[in-house]
Design a protein around this ligand. Structure first.
Ligand SMILES: C[S@@+](CC[C@H](N)C(=O)[O-])C[C@H]1O[C@@H](n2cnc3c(N)ncnc32)[C@H](O)[C@@H]1O
Length: 288
């Protein structure tokens, strides 16, 4: 085994290369990827960085930095991403779970539910989290991507909820039978003319069908609302994640479908992130 220098020197050099390539948060990514390459938790890196690193590990770290310079997302390089306190498997077939989507989870958890469906489940981050948080519930996850459903199934197994989850390859609710007291969805909502503003990490590496409807960003809300109203139990809720400028438009679509208690909910930064509505037959929410 030959030595490639200390961890500190390697991370410093990697940070410089990432910065030169225009990668945002270069120092954070370099540490994160060094932690992944060495198998040492980020919280313990300060202790191990002064140690000399062997050539094999240095080569693994270098390969990760080269991929990051090509703007491959860190979650694709490490194969995982934290969401609502749990680690999720992530591949190029699924949208990288976003902190924004935790707002939808929080809103869903404010009221009682036992049978839910997550439309466009992707990695399964919403469905698996809700099943894990509400142990008496069962849930369905649909997606048009079979590869995404494989990832969601694996995440359900990892988090011990696979026996309460059913995954279906379907176009939204087209083949759905039965009713639900909770329908959730984070559909592709980026308007086609907003795609040019996306970072390379999103535009070049995340699945196109997870991002945009190829139109005004509202196509999937229109379809889902139309389908969902006949699958909501009395008092059942329909909850969407939205883009920050879509609150009014999605709320109007829900009201037009005779849904009640339509509410636009901001995230902790004050940006509209969720719209929630209820089928007629209202029960007060358990938590504010
Ligand atoms: C924005 S991603 C959300 C993924 C995941 N629920 C999350 O919040 O991270 C949208 C998902 O909808 C899926 N999708 C796109 N069109 C669909 C359709 N017509 N029917 C079902 N799923 C669809 C995509 O494959 C993708 O997984």
């Amino acid at each position: 085994m030959t030595a490639a220098g200390t961890g500190s020197a390697l991370v410093r050099e990697a940070t410089r290369r990432l910065q030169n390539a225009g990668v945002p948060d270069a120092a954070r990514d370099a540490r994160h990827l060094f932690s992944f390459a060495t198998g040492v938790d980020c919280s313990r890196l300060t202790l191990t960085l002064p140690e000399v690193v062997c050539d094999d590990v240095a080569a693994i770290f270098d390969a990760l930095i080269v991929r990051r310079i090509a703007r491959e997302p860190v979650s694709h390089l490490t194969g995982r991403r934290a969401f609502y306190g749990r680690e999720f498997k992530v591949t190029a077939d699924v949208l990288d779970p976003r902190p924004d989507t935790e707002t939808l989870v929080e809103v869903a958890l404010r009221s009682h539910f036992t049978k839910m469906i997550d439309l466009g489940t992707g990695s399964g981050c919403i469905l698996v989290t809700l099943l894990a948080e509400v142990p008496q519930s069962i849930g369905f996850g649909t997606d048009l991507s079979g590869a995404a459903l494989d990832v969601a199934r694996e995440n359900a197994e990892t988090h011990g909820v696979l026996d309460r989850a059913t995954f279906v390859c379907a176009d939204w609710m087209e083949s759905t039978k039965g009713s639900f007291d909770l329908i959730v969805s984070n559909p592709p909502y980026i308007a086609v003319d907003e795609m040019v503003g996306l970072s390379p990490e999103v535009a070049n590496w995340e699945p196109h069908m997870a991002l945009t409807d190829g139109a005004d960003g509202l196509t999937h809300y229109r379809t889902i609302i139309k389908q969902a109203v006949s699958h909501l139990m009395p008092d059942g809720r329909l909850i969407f994640e939205i883009g920050p400028t879509q609150g009014q438009a999605v709320a109007d679509l829900m009201r037009a479908a005779q849904l009640q208690h339509v509410t636009v909910i901001p995230d902790i930064d004050g940006r509209d992130r969720v719209v929630s509505a209820q089928m007629i037959g209202f029960k007060p929410e358990r938590r504010a």
